[in-house]
Design a binder for this molecule. Structure first.
Ligand SMILES: [Zn+2]
Length: 203
């Protein structure tokens, strides 16, 4: 049962393809769990298509149709190989670094993504707090397994956290299972050990 969803602005940016890769992967992880947001995304994509139809026509070069048909004849690129069979799509096909221990009961595995955001997997053991941090840009976290709680409530598998401001209190893992999350940020500055790891790893 999903409780926490991305904002419509985030879904619109995802539909338009303007979210940086790491943030788009977090949103896609939520979309894999959430039929409600998949419906919203379909509506946004249809709206975008309708807007395109309303644009005034522009002149094309004389061979534009031939070039388009030529491109359609080319075979589709092969799907990316599955690199991480233990993870759900689309995270099973992305390149990840190694696990780094970044404090008692917390490990971090960076995502090898391009673009203006950085991200990775965080695995925290029961009762542990996620690292304290402040934000300068957009930040998103999607729970893959286990659960955590913060001032916005409880977040379980599929829930997406998109905090607007600095956390007053760091999120804490609740329940008996470790909590695995995919996180991404445009400008999160981690404090403590994970901040040290963030600077060491360079993302
Ligand atoms: Zn949703």
């Amino acid at each position: 049962m999903i409780v926490h969803h991305p904002s419509e602005a985030t879904l619109a940016a995802y539909a338009a393809g303007t979210l940086p890769e790491a943030l788009a992967l977090v949103a896609a992880s939520h979309l894999g769990h959430c039929a409600t947001c998949r419906d919203t995304l379909s509506t946004l994509e249809a709206t975008g298509g309708a807007l395109l139809e309303d644009l005034p026509p522009v002149p094309l070069s004389i061979d534009a149709l031939d070039r388009l048909l030529g491109r359609m004849d080319q075979p589709a690129p092969p799907p990316l190989p599955i690199l991480n069979p233990e993870l759900p799509a689309p995270l099973n096909r992305v390149a990840l670094g190694r696990w780094w221990p970044v404090g008692l009961g917390i490990r971090y595995r960076p995502l090898k993504s391009s673009g203006a955001a950085w991200g990775g997997l965080v695995l925290a053991q029961p009762g542990r707090s996620f690292p304290r941090h402040g934000h300068k840009g957009r930040e998103m976290t999607c729970v893959l397994s286990g659960a955590f709680a913060d001032q916005d409530g409880k977040f379980a598998a599929g829930d997406l956290s998109e905090p607007a401001a600095d956390h007053d209190e760091p999120p804490v893992v609740i329940g008996a299972q470790p909590c695995l999350c995919i996180i991404a940020s445009e400008g999160m500055h981690l404090r403590g050990l994970l901040g040290w790891a963030q600077r060491m790893i360079g993302r």
